[in-house]
Design a protein around this ligand. Structure first.
Ligand code: ADP
Ligand code: MG
Length: 790
């Protein structure tokens, strides 16, 4: 058991360009705790009438200032926890802070650069690396991803889902068993055998998280997300299984509503926007208080799920994320205060070991068979589970004699045979319940008494063995019951998922333990593998979430333009270039690796050749020299060593590149997905606007034109408007009634903002093009005028 307080860290987010830094200082000491001092400027301090202090000092395990990079944060915070989890303890890392302070950046990572990847992908990489190195145990890994919004849990890893709203995702509920263990019903545990699979799952969850978010629910700032890595390990042949979990938690934004009353008691009376964070604080307060017997975990789903992480069986670390600009000073102080309380909590982590009942049964069955064989050898009799008729009669007789004997010291001795003892009890019960039977003849009465002639010197040993056998029988029964109970628990926990065969099979895998050997990742390399990276993305079923199938041609074209002008397109382009470069590198490395390999093979061949030559020489002209050290061979061996070294370095680089490429691809997909979502929102808004104003549109962003003009415009942008424009059947050069209105994004990007414009059509495509030029010129003039007026 490891008794430890929760480790609390602080991370300060870099200031934005226009942000004004609050005044703070970091005192970072190598061996002891670091301290953060925040000074509240006078103007702000006026608000803190009740606490006149101006500087606040907080202690942390370590403070990561603005320039701290993701790898350092991972090494200091997450690596030690991951190590504990690999050793069989539970672990939790949670980020706490106001919205925008860098929780998601720290836990998941930034979406732009590979180096920005956060604790989750780095931990996955580390864990799988370690598992691969340890061949002494068999490991099974699963991941789950839970989002809690408004006291409702959602499974982010549902692969079938085309979620467009959070409510579409499978709902996860909490169940508590009689031992007060928490079970999450409906949360899928997906098996991940390697880093790539795990990253894909993370990506699936993040995508669902993003897609499900709408401005209405502000899911990202109001919800808690818990990514969990489940590891179980077992030594070959052993029945003991170690299970551990690592929760990586991105909490909801901790910002509060300030009740600025008279004199403004900002810090003391501010209330959490998120109710479950309020409950989290209550739990923390209760835990930090001595002698509190009741901890209110049950008040919210989040505290129930994290129960073991707080004051329980877990190694826990907290990261307080701080946005330390002037405007957020009070929130930062709140976050630090919360952290100080958390730092007082002690956890008691224990190794989570349990016996695998199935394996135990197999072992016991074998032991029983061995004992049976041994017994048979000693007694010379075969032991069956049933007593023979003869034996039964004998027992009846013994019972009768025993019952009739008036001597209070008389005993009923049937020997150390559980079958006989049991039979005696049953018989006696019958006699007690139906006393009339006692008058009747007992079963055995007409069979003459028979002496046991076989009492030999081996009797003692025989009895010992029988006794052992019975013990084993009992144990097996107990284990079978355990197994049944386990099964039932699992069934309860997954009953809903069972409805879908795809998911239930995954769950069965997760509930039962995979006893098969873990596939050792192949260390073999081929160029094909390099190519596979590029196609891996298309293998993912959830990546087929494309609006393309549903999009009209016009919409598609609009999307193309939207994409081009979207701010993220630069990121995509950058990453594309980087990917290209990485692909080239991988290809080049692959070729080099193959070259080195053939070189090593050639050198080996030379050594063999050399051996043959020397052996032949030794036969034809034996001499001392030939038996001695061969400098040529030594040189060849050294060369091989050199080549092997460079092979290893290159191979490691190759592996690193592989991970980077996968990550980049996922990042790109994520950005694309986001763009698509932005587009959908924008598009539906546009459509709504259009419906609200079916006639002339006076919005400065739309142009009103006549049908034939549209037709001619279609030359410029084929099919762009087919879906979204309403073409009037009649032309009416003067009338607004027959004019058509469109606010097609494709056109919008081609036409600068203008005031409402109504243009008569000529029917002549050349003239229509002239009209277009005219509109543009007019708009330019209007814009210019607008500027001058200002
Ligand atoms: P939260 O999840 O707490 O609401 P985010 O992690 O989304 O906040 O961070 C808000 C913004 O700040 C994001 O654009 C993120 O990329 C950026 N950011 C946060 N922390 C850092 C950091 N340490 N370095 C660079 N950018 C950061
Ligand atoms: Mg966030």
């Amino acid at each position: 058991m490891v008794k430890e307080t929760i480790r609390v860290y602080a991370r300060v987010k870099p200031l934005g360009r226009r942000q004004q830094a609050g005044s703070y200082s970091v005192d970072d000491e190598e061996d002891s705790l670091s301290s953060l001092e925040i000074t509240v400027p006078r103007d702000l301090a006026d608000g803190f009438v009740n606490n006149k202090r101006e500087t606040y000092k907080f202690k942390f395990q370590k403070i990561f200032d603005q320039e701290a990079k993701q790898d350092v944060v991972f090494d200091s915070i997450a690596k030690p926890v991951a190590e504990c989890v690999l050793a069989g303890y539970n672990g939790t890392i949670f980020a706490y802070g106001q919205t925008g302070s860098g929780k998601t950046f720290t836990i998941t990572g930034g979406a732009e650069r590979y180096s920005d990847r956060g604790i989750i992908p780095r931990t996955l990489s580390y864990v799988f690396d370690q598992l691969q190195k340890d061949s002494s145990k068999m490991y099974t890994t699963h991941v789950s991803y839970l989002e809690i919004y408004n006291e409702c849990g959602y499974d982010l890893l549902d692969p079938r889902h085309e979620a467009s709203r959070l409510e579409d995702l499978p709902k996860v509920t909490i169940m508590e068993d009689s031992d007060q263990n928490i079970h999450l019903k409906n949360l899928s545990l997906q098996q991940a055998t390697n880093e790539e699979e795990a990253l894909n799952l993370l990506f699936l969850g993040d995508t669902n998280r993003m897609i499900a978010e709408t401005p209405m629910n502000q899911a990202s700032s109001r919800s808690h997300c818990i990514f969990t890595i489940h590891i179980s390990s077992k030594e070959p042949g052993s029945a003991t299984i170690r299970r551990s979990k690592l929760h990586l938690v991105d909490l909801a934004g901790s910002e509060r509503v300030a009740k600025t009353g008279v004199g403004g008691h900002l810090l003391t009376e501010a209330k959490y926007i998120n109710l479950s964070l309020h409950y989290l604080e209550q739990v923390i307060i209760a835990l930090a208080e001595k002698n509190r017997s009741h901890i209110p975990y049950r008040n919210s789903m989040m505290t129930s799920v994290l129960r073991d992480s707080l004051g329980g069986n877990c190694m826990t670390a907290m990261i307080a994320t701080l946005s330390i600009d002037k405007r957020n000073i009070d929130e930062s102080i709140s976050t630090c205060r919360f952290a100080q309380r958390v730092a007082l909590i002690k956890n008691e982590a224990v190794l989570n070991e349990e016996i695998d009942p199935r394996l135990m049964i197999v072992q016991l069955k074998k032991e029983i068979q061995d004992l049976k064989d041994e017994l048979e050898l000693v007694t010379g009799k075969q032991r069956t589970s049933e007593l023979s008729q003869e034996e039964l009669l004998q027992l009846d007789e013994l019972i009768e004699t025993f019952l009739k004997d008036n001597d209070p010291d008389s005993t009923l001795d049937v020997g150390a045979d559980m079958r006989k003892i049991k039979y005696c009890f049953i018989r006696m019960k019958q006699l007690v319940n139906h006393p009339t039977i006692s008058d009747k003849k007992l079963l055995s009465q007409d069979i003459s008494e028979e002496e046991d002639a076989n009492k030999e010197s081996g009797e003692e040993e025989q009895e010992k063995l029988k006794h052992l056998l019975q013990q084993r029988d009992d144990e097996i029964n107990i284990l079978i019951n355990m197994l049944k109970k386990e099964k039932k628990k699992a069934q309860d926990a997954v009953s809903q998922l069972n409805a879908t065969s795809a998911c239930s099979s995954v769950l069965e895998q997760s509930v039962s333990i995979n006893l098969e050997d873990r596939q050792s990742p192949s260390s073999c390399f081929s160029l094909k593998e390099a190519k596979d990276f590029s196609s891996s993305i298309h293998r993912l079923p959830f990546l087929s979430r494309q609006t393309g199938g549903k999009m009209s041609l016009g919409c598609q074209e609009a999307f193309e333009v939207f994409k081009r002008d979207h701010a993220d397109s630069i990121t995509i382009e950058d990453n594309k270039q980087l990917l290209k470069q990485r692909f080239a590198e991988v290809k080049c490395l692959g070729e080099k690796l193959n070259e080195v390999r053939s070189k090593i093979n050639r050198l080996k061949g030379e050594i063999t050749q050399r051996h043959i030559q020397r052996a032949a020489l030794a036969v034809s002209s034996p001499s001392e020299e030939l038996n001695m050290f061969d400098p040529v061979e030594e040189k060849l061996r050294m060369q091989i060593e050199e080549e092997k070294k460079s092979y290893k370095t290159m191979f490691n680089r190759f592996k690193g590149l592989k991970v980077e490429i996968e990550h980049l691809q996922l990042l790109m997909e994520k950005v694309k997905m986001k763009m698509q979502k932005d587009f959908e929102v924008w598009w539906s808004e546009e459509a709504k606007n259009l419906q609200e104003r079916p006639e002339m549109v006076t919005s400065p962003n739309t142009v009103t034109v006549y049908p034939r003009f549209i037709k001619s415009l279609q030359h410029l942008s084929a099919n762009s408007f087919s879906e979204t424009t309403k073409v009037s059947p009649n032309e009416d050069p003067d009338g607004k009634n027959n004019s058509i209105t469109f606010s097609n994004p494709a056109l919008k990007t081609r036409t600068p903002p203008s005031s409402s414009t109504s243009i008569p059509l000529t029917g002549d495509s050349q003239a229509d093009a002239d009209i277009l030029a005219f509109i543009k010129a007019r708009q330019r003039i209007l814009q210019k005028k607008g500027l001058e007026n200002k």
